[in-house]
Design a protein around this ligand. Structure first.
Ligand code: ADP
Length: 550
């Protein structure tokens, strides 16, 4: 770091590198008996604890070493949230190799592309993905062996996959006598590709230092607020941005961990929340939609679930209110992205907000919140000029911090920073006291008559209508205004609403010129690999659509 001034008097504290292995060592030593419960692909519930997790991680580290995996080598996973995946998290990164988590919802071609780009050496995968691996293995140029994460009796009798090994057989051949190596904390630890909705996916290469700092910061009370008294169920997948860091922040605090495996439907999740007495969870809005629909239809309540973090896309205020008022679950609205490890902001109130009316407090809680110490943000215009923090002026959101990307893996896309800041591609406002509100992704903004219409606001209003399950708003070309909003709506099962009623519902809630020009009802909206509505797909679907006003 040559551009920093060196002081003539340096501190005299231990210069201990921040390494991921130290988290599982700590969890074993201080919370060894605390449980890790996993719903397995086989359907049963598996129980282990941090002591066993640490031992098995070291067995796996020994096994990988015997297979020739060296520091810096990439080892990929294609797996659900589960105890074996957690062991891989620690074994691979802890030994100095790089864990590359692959999203199984991508197409076989897409997966082969990123596995080749990452130059993965081995792939560990869940039984569910056997057919998927069979579909792309022949196209992977660098993978030397495939490790199926199952018991020996589950191994297929024959398979097209070359060099196929059984995880349990492999680690049984190795002792837990592995010593985690010490190395530079800036070494690469994990690799995660962005979903690449435009162009080829690009890799965010996290370091041990960025991961450990993010784990500390994200566990804080005004962020995810993970404590040793929690039982945490990460719905957010370990194959997307490291499940928002929970595989690190939960063992760091010693909280009980509950993994849902492949069963992410409302019924399975509800049963697991209740049987394991989960107190805290995290996920994207579409997951909560499924859970709330199930719980609502069956008139159920939660006996232990107290708090959830929702992010990944804007949490509709109606969902927040249902969780809070109907089920007593506090929602923390959070924002981040793959390039930010992912956490940037989380929304909680401060003491000074205590005097505000419930409605004003709610308005703050609906924003994406405050940065977590470590991250800094600003909004700028297209020329890069900083814009005021008045809660109204919107601009391009830029961030910086020790767990924010500085360049993509293999320098894909070239220089990405603007004067040391990372452009997020989001458009936001920031209030005078630092609460950030995303109004849109810059590529989703509707440009009407030279002004911008934020699609998130229009979608949130539609979602507040009792008959609306999901809504998406896109810009449609218009001869006079450039673009005008078209609203696409999925109705709740068994409920009805007309176009006129929906448009009437907008009256008084938005400026007149923001009113959608038309409403189309659909059976479903396209959802991408990370559980988000795919606006680019919808735009493609409606590219020839003519608005009635055109
Ligand atoms: P990808 O970029 O691969 O689609 P990410 O998970 O990295 O996946 O997506 C990050 C983007 O998701 C952010 O830039 C933002 O547009 C959106 N996002 C994340 N959290 C929120 C939120 N709470 N509200 C609105 N948008 C969000």
């Amino acid at each position: 770091m040559s551009h920093y001034t060196k002081s003539p008097l340096m501190g005299q504290m231990m210069n201990q590198p921040l390494l991921i292995s130290s988290i599982i060592e700590h969890a074993d030593r201080y919370f060894g008996d605390n449980e890790i419960v996993s719903r397995r692909v086989e359907g049963d519930l598996h129980r282990t604890n941090y002591r066993e997790c640490h031992a098995r991680s070291r067995q796996l580290a020994n096994a990988l070493q015997s297979l020739g995996v060296k520091m810096g080598d990439r080892v990929a996973t294609l797996a659900w949230n589960g105890y074996r995946h957690l062991e891989a998290y620690y074994a691979v990164s802890g030994s100095g190799a790089v864990l590359h988590t692959i999203n199984p919802r991508l197409t076989p071609e897409h997966i082969a592309y990123i596995a080749n780009h990452a130059e993965d050496q081995y792939l560990l995968f869940d039984l569910t993905f056997l057919p998927l691996v069979e579909a792309f293995a022949a196209h992977c140029n660098t993978i030397r062996g495939y490790i199926l994460m199952c018991d020996p009796d589950r191994m297929p009798a024959s398979s097209k996959i070359p060099h196929l090994m059984c995880y349990e057989t492999l680690i049984a051949q190795h002792q837990a006598d592995y010593c985690w190596p010490l190395f530079d904390e800036n070494s690469a630890a994990t690799l995660c590709y962005t979903s690449g909705t435009t162009g080829n996916p690009k890799g965010a290469l996290y370091s041990h230092r960025s991961t450990v700092l993010h784990s500390y910061a994200s566990a804080m009370p005004d962020a995810l607020c993970v404590s040793g008294r929690d039982t945490v169920l990460p719905v957010v997948p370990m194959f997307h941005v490291n499940a928002w860091g929970l595989p690190y922040s939960v063992p760091l605090t010693g909280a009980k961990m509950v993994f849902p495996g492949p069963a992410l439907d409302g019924k399975s999740l509800y049963e697991l929340f209740e049987s394991e007495q989960v107190t805290f969870s995290a996920g994207v809005p579409t997951v909560w939609l499924g859970l709330l629909t199930y719980v609502g239809q069956n008139k159920l309540t939660f006996s232990s679930f107290k708090r959830t973090v929702i992010g990944g896309s804007a949490c509709p205020p109606s969902m927040m209110q249902t969780l809070r008022h109907q089920y007593g679950i506090d929602v923390v609205h959070a924002w981040g992205m793959t390039e930010m490890s992912p956490l940037g902001t989380a929304c909680t109130l401060q003491s000074k907000h205590g005097a505000l009316s419930e409605q004003d407090q709610q308005a703050i809680l609906e924003t994406q919140g405050h940065v977590i110490y470590g991250v800094d943000m600003k909004i700028v215009d297209d020329a890069g000029k900083a814009l005021p923090w008045d809660g109204k002026t919107y601009g391009n959101l830029l961030v910086k911090g020790p767990w924010v990307i500085s360049s993509y893996f293999k320098n894909e896309g070239g220089e990405v920073l603007q004067d040391g800041w990372f452009p997020t591609g989001d458009v936001a406002t920031i209030s005078a006291d630092g609460y950030m509100r995303i109004t849109d992704r810059s590529k989703d903004v509707i440009k009407s008559g030279g002004e911008w219409i934020g699609t998130i606001d229009l979608e949130n209003i539609a979602m507040a209508h009792p008959a609306v399950l999901q809504a998406a708003c896109i810009g449609i070309a218009h001869p006079k205004w450039d673009e005008r909003p078209l609203l696409i709506v999925v109705k709740k099962p068994g409920m009805d609403v007309s176009k006129a009623e929906l448009l009437e519902f907008y009256q008084g809630k938005i400026a007149k010129w923001w009113m959608p020009d038309d409403v189309v009802f659909a059976d479903a909206l396209p959802i991408g690999a990370t559980g988000k509505i795919l606006k680019n797909k919808i735009r493609e679907q409606f590219k020839d659509y003519t608005l009635p006003s055109a």
